[in-house]
Design a protein around this ligand. Structure first.
Ligand code: VG1
Ligand code: CO
Length: 544
């Protein structure tokens, strides 16, 4: 074996964020940059030699080159076997499923998720552990610590591996197994949902759907599942060819960036159901005909109807949501008599709850929903869950949501993002809000009185680890909330996120536009945070 050892010096900026290390492609292309980070991962993994790893990515620009480097480094570091998706393609949920199914030590996902791709876009590397989930903070901290002192990396001198052909080959002593990107994932989905019933429903002639893969990783998965297996007519999945630059778009399934889909669902002769996924396939947006389902509501509705779905017919052990996610699911948990956990933003915080059997369904307001079937959020799983419920209930999406509001009340919800704000100004804004925290409780803003104000801190109920400063919460006596936090996934400047929530039990008042229903809270958020003054922005970049 021709193992080459390279001397290297640390890069100071290899600290993983909410979901892995994300940087502009040009940063990853700097000599040794990717290699340093990958070697840092390998260096902190105990017992890596002789193990199996899973590798794949969302097909964005630099995916192919990065995979070749990782394969050769893995071979040089004594990994026994790598399972890699055909053409380097694996969605984040598929990687999680494959790690679990084959008891791999872990996996590397190459994606910057919803961030744009292409030579001028972003790239990212995420490490997942043996439960299939994102590395917890103690692991990402160890990787970061290692990256600050690294001085050598190892790589096999060998020609590139052919990733187009399924099957096994040798790279030095390591076996490279090119696997079908979809098969293991599809089998898992078939074990959870009533595919026969969904097939019947989709071929009945009474129901039409449109799935938008935004030219990202879910294209092949959605095509295989919805068109080939479940009988939806050809063309039901749009933008289904993964492109290195996602066709120039943001592969982010929200009302702003998934505009093709929004046009279809809000247009003439709209279909009954629409859904979109993000770059790496872990997010989902659900639409009915001319109707948007808030991700927080989606989580609550899946929880309330879980028993209609074979994989969850015995009920839920518990549910969990990230702190900024609306409290709609809390109300469902209360009625079901199960626990509801509140975690910091980021899927890694659900891992222990899922492993310990404390939660079955989890969700985030950022279009993320998932369950104990894997350890990542899962976009197409959520779509199938909805289709299974729709097939059983034979109601429209809008009817199901409205009935849910009638039964539980409506949690009006919105998130305002200010993207690419000057980092110093964003920090000053947060510091300013933080400095007001002690004086806010008891303070009156119109009809709203502040009940509490804190910087969210989480103690993991399974391993006792503590995560502090996870976002500033301002809670009002009527249950409304405003949350301020800075994004941990951006690559340019800072992204300020403001989350707004209010509760409306009165069915007569559940038909407002959320921006209108939340108007007072939006004004209070601005009064407290002086958003315009600090950011210089008149309005948010994205409202969801
Ligand atoms: C965002 C979302 C968060 C999500 C994370 C990763 O993080 O708010 O809920 O878990 O992205 O999702 P932040 O720190 O930018 O708010 V993904 O689909 O990018 O893996
Ligand atoms: Co994602």
């Amino acid at each position: 074996m021709d193992i080459q050892t390279f001397d290297t010096t640390p890069f100071p900026d290899q600290k993983p964020g909410t979901s892995g290390l994300r940087k502009a492609v040009s940063v990853f292309q700097k000599p040794h940059y990717l290699e340093n980070f990958i070697q840092s991962i390998f260096d902190i993994l105990e017992g890596l030699q002789g193990q199996t790893l899973v590798v794949g990515g969302d097909g964005r620009y630099y995916n192919r080159q990065a995979i070749q480097i990782i394969l050769k480094m893995a071979a040089a570091n004594g990994v026994a076997r790598i399972k890699v998706g055909q053409d380097g393609i694996l969605s984040t949920p598929a990687v999680s499923a494959i790690i679990r199914k084959y008891q791999a030590l872990g996996g590397i996902v190459l994606s910057a998720s919803h961030n744009p791709g292409g030579p001028k876009g972003d790239f990212g590397v995420k490490y997942n552990i043996s439960n299939g989930g994102p590395a917890p903070e103690k692991v990402t901290e160890a990787i970061y610590a290692r990256s600050k002192v690294i001085d050598k990396y190892y790589i096999l001198n060998a020609p590139d591996v052919d990733l187009g052909t399924l099957g096994e080959s040798k790279l030095g002593e390591m076996v490279v197994e090119v696997i079908d990107s979809v098969q293991d994932y599809q089998e898992l989905m078939e074990s959870l949902f009533d595919f026969d019933r969904i097939h019947q429903f989709l071929t009945s002639g009474n129901f039409r759907l449109c799935i938008d893969s935004l030219h990202a990783v879910t294209g092949p998965y959605a095509h295989a599942l919805f068109e080939q297996r479940l009988g939806a007519p050809a063309g039901s999945v749009q933008n289904s060819i993964p492109l290195e630059d996602f066709g120039g778009g943001h592969p982010d399934p929200n009302l702003v960036y998934a505009h093709d889909l929004v046009e279809v669902l809000y247009g003439e002769n709209a279909p009954d159901f629409g859904a979109a996924s993000d770059g790496d396939g872990d997010r989902n947006m659900i639409l009915g005909r001319k109707f948007f389902v808030t991700p927080s509501d989606s989580l609550a509705i899946l929880a309330a109807n879980a028993k209609l779905v074979p994989g969850y017919q015995d009920g839920l052990a518990g549910v969990a949501r990230s702190m900024p996610t609306s409290q709609a699911v809390d109300l469902v948990a209360k009625r079901l008599g199960i626990d509801c956990y509140e975690t910091p933003t980021g899927w890694k915080f659900f891992g222990n709850l899922l492993d310990a059997g404390k939660a079955t369904l989890c969700g985030e307001e950022s279009f993320g929903t998932g369950s104990n079937h894997i350890r990542e959020k899962d976009g197409l799983w959520a779509v199938l869950f909805w289709l299974n419920i729709l097939a059983v209930k034979q109601q429209s999406v809008e009817e199901i949501v409205r009935e849910h509001w009638q039964a539980y009340g409506r949690n009006y919800y919105s998130r305002h993002d200010y993207e690419e704000v000057d980092a110093g100004k964003a920090k000053a804004l947060i510091d300013n809000v933080r400095s007001q925290m002690p004086n806010l409780p008891g303070k009156q803003f119109g009809k709203y009185e502040v009940e509490y104000s804190d910087d969210f801190s989480y103690t993991d109920p399974v391993d006792g680890s503590i995560s502090e400063n996870q976002g500033i919460r301002i809670g009002f006596t009527d249950g409304s909330r405003i949350v301020f936090r800075l994004s941990g996934t951006g690559t340019q400047g800072a992204t300020l996120r403001i989350y707004l929530e209010s509760y409306e039990p009165d069915t007569a008042k559940q038909n407002l536009d959320p921006q209108e229903a939340l108007g007072n809270l939006i004004a209070i958020a601005d009064e407290i945070a002086q958003i315009r003054t600090f950011t210089g922005r008149e309005q948010p970049t994205v409202i969801t």
